[in-house]
Design a protein around this ligand. Structure first.
Ligand code: CTP
Length: 403
């Protein structure tokens, strides 16, 4: 089941002005078909009413330890038994202190104390409260218990201060939740991924490029991170947000991409080259806009470096090298040719002619070509495709020597 669909999340809302953002997070969870139950502290109710959360979740909101309505008795034990994970957002300094000291003086802290499921805490508070040694000590203590934290962001806070303490973006919290439901099987690995097109400038206004959206490469980066890898993403110009928890290096040209990749490749356990690198660039760059006064324009192009072939010629020890092949015909033949010519471990061939595969769509259908039998995957979301590619990479890493 993709994403958070079907996951049962207990959303704990505490008394920060950022409680209004929790309503939006709840909407995002429900949109993704997660099953969400909300528990609020008394202080949270000062900021947003329980009605908002019950209307958005379609379920009763839990507030009181001692409610005696049927079905709510023993809520402090049952709520966590009926969930897959607890998300505390926003988490105040007060709630963090309560949890760090095992206090059970309200419903939410009692639920968490009695819980045997993952707990994700998203702090939101004034920056001095956050940096205070008491809060920092409490956070470290909770981390030592195995609680997960989503780092707060930085910026202008509701109290007027500028600094750390803003509730993290939903994207970061979502990634953390998703990672809970994934195996940690890429933990300890450093992964280098390229994504998107490159742009080769003709003059200050124009460039040569291609239709790559970067979605496949970004999906590879997010899924690798969720599975525990340290990920660096070298991205050409794309319209996608930087994925949280990933070092993103933005480049424009093939030459820039080559430099950034070569600087990092030696230490990577896996390199995946999903970028659609421009094969050619204009031989001269016009410093001023080319005018249309002339009748026509002949462009003189020169070859760009082939980054994947260069990596294949070097072959760093024990590194798995994965290339992509964007093809419009003879997919298997072209995949086999690139596998051998570029000296890589795996080529992911995708059909760029289909309406649901290839450029700028959410799905893909690829064939995995290595030195064994080729495997054609079904039509999947790009994230599901990415997960299947990681499964294959792990299989290649674990193959017996000489195989
Ligand atoms: N690639 C690269 N540098 C280039 C061109 C391609 O690193 N200058 C990489 C791509 O990132 C991809 C693989 O090589 O992983 C294959 O790219 P593709 O565009 O399908 O093939 P080409 O090598 O350009 O070959 P052809 O033009 O014959 O299809």
């Amino acid at each position: 089941m993709p994403g958070l669909s079907g996951k049962r999340i207990l959303l704990g809302v505490t008394g920060s002005i950022a409680a209004y953002k929790a309503a939006d997070w709840l909407r995002s969870l429900v949109r993704e078909e997660a099953v969400v139950t909300v528990a609020m502290t008394e202080a949270a109710e000062r900021f947003v009413t329980p009605l908002t959360f019950s209307a958005l979740s379609g379920q009763a909101v839990y507030r009181d330890m001692f409610a005696d309505e049927p079905g709510r008795v023993m809520a402090h034990i049952n709520l966590s038994r009926e969930a897959d994970a607890i998300l505390v957002a926003p988490a105040t300094a007060q709630t963090i202190a309560r949890l760090a000291h095992g206090m059970a003086d309200n419903l939410l802290s009692s639920v968490i104390l009695a819980a045997r499921i993952p707990v994700v805490i998203c702090p939101a508070m004034n920056s001095f409260m956050l940096s205070h040694p008491a809060t920092q000590g409490n956070i470290r203590r909770l981390e030592s218990f195995g609680y997960h934290f989503v780092q707060p962001g930085s910026g202008k806070l509701a109290c007027g201060e500028i600094g750390d303490g803003r509730l993290a973006d939903w994207d970061a919290a979502r990634e953390k939740l998703l990672s809970l439901f994934q195996p940690d099987d890429l933990k300890g690995q450093t992964v280098l991924i390229t994504a998107g097109p490159t742009r080769e400038a003709l003059d200050p206004v124009r460039f040569l490029s291609n239709r790559s959206s970067g979605k496949m490469g970004f999906a590879l980066a997010r899924t690798a991170r969720r599975r525990g890898a340290e990920v660096t993403l070298v991205a050409g110009p794309v319209q996608l947000p930087d994925p949280p928890g990933i070092e993103v290096v933005h480049v424009a040209t093939a030459e820039e991409m080559r430099r950034e990749v070569m600087d990092r490749a030696a230490t990577a356990d896996v390199v995946v080259k999903s970028a659609a690198v421009a094969d050619f660039r204009p031989s001269v760059y016009a410093n001023h806009k080319i005018k249309k006064s002339q009748q026509g324009l002949q462009l003189d192009l020169i070859k760009n470096p082939d980054i994947l072939a260069e990596l294949g010629a070097k072959r760093f020890k024990r590194q798995i090298l994965v290339g992509f092949a964007a093809e419009s015909r003879d997919h298997a033949g072209e995949g086999q040719r690139k596998l051998r010519e570029k000296n890589v471990d795996l080529v992911v061939v995708n059909d760029i002619m289909g309406a649901t595969t290839g450029f700028d769509v959410e799905t893909n259908q690829v064939t995995l070509i290595d030195y064994g039998e080729a495997v054609t995957l079904p039509l999947l979301s790009k994230e599901e495709t990415a997960d299947r590619i990681w499964d294959k990479v792990l299989q290649l890493q674990n193959r017996p020597a000489g195989a």
